[in-house]
Ligand binder design. Structure first.
Ligand code: TEU
Ligand code: CA
Length: 560
């Protein structure tokens, strides 16, 4: 086993904050967040302890999927500002010792991208092979692939009568990575941004880039979850190794792949440093633990612990993990795994943050989670903006498969729009995000949940995040230490340790609304309290082996 010091890296020690620019801060009051708005809030992020920002797509886009449909990879989205604003953002971040990683969305482009406009012209256009085109018999599709956003993954195009492949919306045609010219163009645009000074990429659905040979039909058992087939094309690792050789190896970067459709066992194929592919991937088994598509399922604490155990094992000694509880595609962490009622919101959000920041992996904090922002009280289908919802409404509700009330009840808990409502900065109208009508409604709880109040309140979710980040940076054991789950089956208490070079931290989290007496396993004794989430009035005596945990108490101890 390689010692942890040999494996040290800045991107393992960094705390990353994800910005969904559309909803972060609107500087010119057109209802849409923008780059100047981000610049205005850099001190807020620096103050929180953030080292790296992951910016969701900021490129020119017709916004069929809020920027995940790119029209021009070298242009800034007009609503977000100009290239001068982007350069200013980088400069201002550098001055504060912060780094920027951007979203690399190259499984597909927008149908308005120049390559696709050319490609669709004729079967002999030089760009024809940039995308995936198939002939088909009248009234049959090339195969049975479904799109994640509803209907078939094939769209017939009028100019040539052939079909193009789109795993997501019709306006997101999939690129043909088997074409070396496509790969060369992608590597070029990566260099363009790296040369500007970005420090790496979050790579959108990156395992999907290599398509199955011959595109055979999905077996019936794969139809509900096509991602497990889409993610397992034959050349994905060849392409990532090539990308690494051609581009990444020449820069000091942080890379994280969105590994939708990848199992734990496969993770090291992407992240084992000896393979020279990516630094980290996002596993979705935790955030998708309790759902099947739009449908909400039940979860238990032992389920959560089992996922964490498997995630940690998957990183192996040569890989590295991410730790996150939500992103722009998932419900809010406190509404999902905590209790977002006024009585428990703050304390449970702090407990979840303690859990997340104490895992072995690079933390990716999603905007607003540092405030314990909650899901939105969605009522009607017209409250939603998301392209995914529109497709599902057609496939499930209008088709008569599911009743509207049933779908809406689940969707309110699972919708991606929960995470996309504007940031809640203060108590002014529209939460200080904008003075205009925002593109998506502000959560009505902003008078109680907002940044201005929390930055001044020592008991806030925000200040708890600050303390967690400071503690993590001061204690390498919380970054590099090995992980051990002490009590995997306990239904209410999550008890785990992190150990490095003879130093052990114990993390205890009570997921219940009742206090509980908990006896420490393995003869462990408390030494000191490093950080509490405010639930415990008095620290236990040094040497304690039994602890009364208050409701939602989360404490980090040193132990003997
Ligand atoms: O998401 C990948 C993805 O397939 C899912 O997480 C997606 O959110 C959907 O729920 C599947 O049912 C990435 C981006 O994060 C997402 O915002 C984009 O919409 C998608 O890729 C397409 O670029
Ligand atoms: Ca704006």
């Amino acid at each position: 086993m390689v010692s942890s010091s040999e494996l040290k890296a800045w991107w393992k020690e960094a705390v990353v904050y994800q910005i969904y620019p559309r909803s972060f801060m609107d500087s010119n009051n057109d209802g849409i967040g923008d780059l100047v708005g981000i610049i205005q809030k850099l001190d807020y992020l620096k103050n929180l302890g953030i080292d790296v920002i992951w910016l969701s797509p900021h490129f020119d886009s017709p916004n069929a999927d809020n920027g995940y449909d790119i029209r021009d990879y070298r242009k800034v989205m007009a609503e977000f500002g100009t290239m001068a604003d982007f350069d200013q953002l980088l400069t201002q971040m550098k001055q504060r010792g912060m780094r920027l990683i951007i979203d690399l969305v190259v499984n597909h482009t927008s149908d308005e991208h120049q390559w696709f406009l050319e490609s669709r012209q004729s079967t002999d256009n030089p760009y024809r092979d940039y995308y995936i085109w198939r002939e088909s018999k009248p009234d049959t599709l090339p195969n049975n692939y479904p799109s994640f956003f509803g209907g078939s993954a094939w769209e017939k195009d009028a100019a040539t009568g052939q079909y193009y492949l789109h795993y997501f919306a019709k306006k997101q045609p999939d690129l043909n990575w088997d074409n070396p010219q496509v790969r060369a163009d992608v590597y070029d645009l990566m260099r363009f941004w790296l040369d500007k000074g970005v420090s790496g990429f979050r790579m959108d659905v990156i395992p999907f880039i290599s398509k199955q040979q011959g595109l055979p039909d999905l077996a019936p058992e794969h139809l509900p979850h096509p991602e497990f087939v889409y993610a397992n094309g034959p050349y994905v690792h060849d392409y990532l190794q090539e990308m690494n050789r051609e581009v990444l190896a020449h820069y000091d970067t942080m890379t994280v792949g969105e590994a939708f459709g990848i199992t734990f066992e496969q993770a090291p194929l992407f992240t084992d440093a000896r393979r020279h592919e990516l630094n980290m991937i996002f596993h979705f088994d935790l955030v998708r633990l309790d759902r099947d598509g739009w449908r909400k399922l039940a979860w238990t604490l032992p389920d959560v612990k089992a996922v964490y155990g498997r995630i940690d094992a998957a990183a192996s000694s040569h890989g590295w993990n991410t730790t996150f509880l939500t992103n722009h595609d998932n419900p809010r962490a406190v509404s999902h795994f905590g209790d977002d009622s006024p009585e428990w919101r703050s304390i449970s959000a702090k407990a979840l943050a303690t859990m997340m920041f104490s895992q072995r992996g690079t933390p990716f904090l999603y905007q607003g989670d540092e405030l314990g922002m909650t899901n939105y009280p969605f009522q009607n289908i017209t409250d939603y903006d998301d392209v995914e919802v529109k497709g599902q409404w057609q496939d499930f509700v209008l088709s008569g498969k599911v009743s509207a009330p049933d779908y809406l009840a689940h969707l309110a808990q699972t919708s991606r729009d929960n995470a996309r409502t504007p940031m809640q900065w203060n108590t002014q109208a529209q939460a200080g995000f904008t003075t205009a009508q925002p593109w998506l409604a502000v959560n009505p709880n902003y008078p109680e949940v907002n940044a201005e109040a929390q930055t001044h309140d020592t008991n806030s979710v925000y200040q708890h995040h600050q303390r967690l980040i400071t503690l993590r940076k001061a204690n390498p054991v919380l970054i590099y230490g090995t992980y051990q789950d002490l009590d995997p089956e306990h239904p209410q208490v999550y008890a785990f340790t992190r150990t490095l070079e003879g130093k052990t931290c114990l993390i205890l989290i009570n997921f219940g609304h009742q206090a509980i007496d908990y006896t420490l396993p393995n003869g462990i004794r408390i030494e000191t309290v490093l950080l509490d989430n405010g639930a415990q009035l008095e620290a236990p005596a040094s040497g304690s082996t039994q602890i009364t945990l208050q409701p939602w108490q989360a404490t980090i101890y040193t132990v003997a």
